[in-house]
Structures are given as C-alpha cells and as structure tokens.
Write a protein that binds this ligand. Structure first.
Ligand SMILES: [Zn+2]
Length: 309
C-alpha cells in the first residue's frame, strides 16, 4: 500500500517538472495572448492569439526570405515571410526600415543584392518599433554598412535595452513626432503612434508610379497588450485617430499579414494594376486593432477591473 503514495508523489514531481519546462518555453517565446475576446471585422474573426499567430507565423516563416520585390516607386521588400523589411533606394544611398532579428540580417542583405542593389550603400536605418522581431539587428546592420540609426525618442529606452550578443544598440539620431528624414530626394516622415510600444512609429512618404504620386504608409503595430492601463489606453486612442487621418494609398506594416502581403504579391504575377495600391484596405488593420482594443477594455470593465496593472 506504500507504493501508491510514492507513485502519486512521483507523478506529481513529473507533472511539476513538465509545468516548469512549459513555463520556461512560454517565457522564452513570450506568453501567448488569450484566445478572447473575439471580434469580427469585414466577415473575419480575430482574437489576440489569432492576430499574433498570423503576424509571426512559424519560426521558419520568421527567418526565411520572402521573394524580394518592388512595391512601388523606389520602395522594395527585402524581409522574411512574416517580418517586414523595406528598402528605399535613392541616388545618394539607401534607407532600410526594420532590421528584424539579428539572425535575419544576412537574409536581408541577400535580398537587397538579389534586387541588384548594394547592402553597403545603406546610409540610414529606421524601424517601426522597439521589439526584437523588428529592430534586434540594428547593431549588426550598422556594423556591416555604417548606416546612421535613427529612432523615435519614446522608443530609445527600450532600444537601449536590446543588446544581442552584448552589443550596444546604436542610436545616432533621436527623432521626434512629425520629424522628416531625407536622403537623395526621398523624404519619409516619422509619426508617433504609441500603444504597442511607447515610440511606435508609423512612417509616411510619397512614391511615384506611372506619372502619379501615391501616399505610402508604413504602419506600426497597433496590437494591444492583454491588460490595458489608462496610460496605454490614452496612447492607443491617440494613435487610432492619427492613423485614421493619415493619407494612404499603399498600406504596409511591420508584419506582412497586416497588409495581406502574400496575396498582393501573388497578384503581381498576373500583371495589371499594382496590387499594393489599395486605398480601400488602407485602414483595415487599424480597424481590426481598434475593435480588439475596445473588446479588451469591455472585458476588463465586465470583470470589474476596468484597468489592470
Ligand atoms: Zn511588437
């Protein structure tokens, strides 16, 4: 009869060890968000978990090059299947937006070269927001190209905490809301759209194609955290309004899924009009993010905890 308690003890120990192992894995990957609340936008159901899964894809998606391609004007795609990186080509050198993970820097370099451009001609490195999947590679890009790294003031502390392999995060110029960055006749404007990070930056610029000028928006993620505090709520409310007001014919984002990149790229092969010029869907990601944000707030209110720490 003594065997049973010992068996139970052993089973408990094994269960505790498994839980600890899983907890470690979760921590390493970031806690997955809950599968609620659910919202429906244009007939599609979204939850915090489904949005994150859609954005990130698999580990392989995050590190495998998506075919590099021209988007419009002097704007090219050089990122992976799910983590975007954009190349702006000018006669005085190039701008890259989003270095992504450090391990992806050689992937981006190869895509730039595959398009016939020089990675070493990168003069300025920008980013959408201070999370590792978008800006961890900044130090390595600077090391390889000598590019000037510019970042929104509100994201500087989070960027400085990002030290892949112990490398200091380079910041050559601190930007403020509305500031312009100009190189070789291309001007791109930094808009502070906080919430997802304190310095989340939505970039806008003009691009020319077929004698026409188009407004391009490189949207920053508007994905809300699991618990919305008053400060975060204020930031998001400001950002939703601003993004709604920004002129947009071509919407891009820090993850390809935010602008349906793979489907639009597939349409490129058919010829015809540029599928990236799509003002009708410009604000879709904003609308999805706002719907989820409001649903999270409503859930918190219902639970009698309008704002969790
Ligand atoms: Zn992020």
């Amino acid at each position: 009869m003594k065997q049973i308690p010992r068996l139970i003890q052993f089973a408990c120990l094994a269960a505790v060890m498994m839980l600890a192992f899983n907890a470690d894995r979760l921590r390493a990957q970031g806690q997955p968000p809950p599968d609620h609340p659910a919202v429906t936008v244009q007939g599609q159901i979204y939850t915090p978990r489904s949005i994150l899964a859609r954005n990130m894809g698999t580990n392989e998606d995050q590190t495998t090059a998506f075919p590099p391609h021209k988007i419009i004007g002097n704007i090219y795609y050089v990122g992976t299947r799910t983590l975007t990186s954009f190349l702006l080509v000018t006669p005085q050198g190039n701008i890259i937006i989003n270095s992504t993970y450090e391990r992806n820097v050689p992937v981006i370099q190869k895509s730039v070269e595959q398009l016939g451009f020089k990675f070493s001609a990168t003069r300025i490195l920008l980013g959408n927001h201070a999370h590792g999947d978008h800006q961890e590679g900044d130090a390595l890009v600077k090391q390889l190209t000598g590019a000037q790294v510019m970042a929104m003031a509100e994201d500087v502390p989070a960027l400085q905490a990002m030290k892949p392999g112990g490398k200091e995060h380079p910041i050559d110029k601190v930007l403020h809301d509305g500031e312009e960055v100009t190189l070789g006749g291309t001007t791109i404007v930094a808009h502070l759209t906080p919430g997802h990070t304190r310095g989340c930056t939505t970039w806008t610029m003009k691009a020319q194609e077929g004698g026409k000028t188009y407004d391009v928006m490189f949207g920053c993620s508007l994905r809300a955290p699991g618990a919305v505090t008053p400060a975060i709520a204020d930031e998001f409310n400001r950002s939703f309004k601003l993004v709604h007001a920004l002129p947009c014919d071509v919407q891009l984002g820090d993850h390809g899924a935010q602008y349906n990149m793979q489907a639009k790229y597939a349409k490129l092969k058919n010829g015809g009009p540029n599928p990236f010029i799509d003002p009708a869907s410009c604000k879709l990601e904003r609308d999805i993010s706002e719907a989820i944000f409001n649903a999270i707030l409503a859930e918190q209110q219902k639970a009698g905890r309008p704002f969790l720490p």
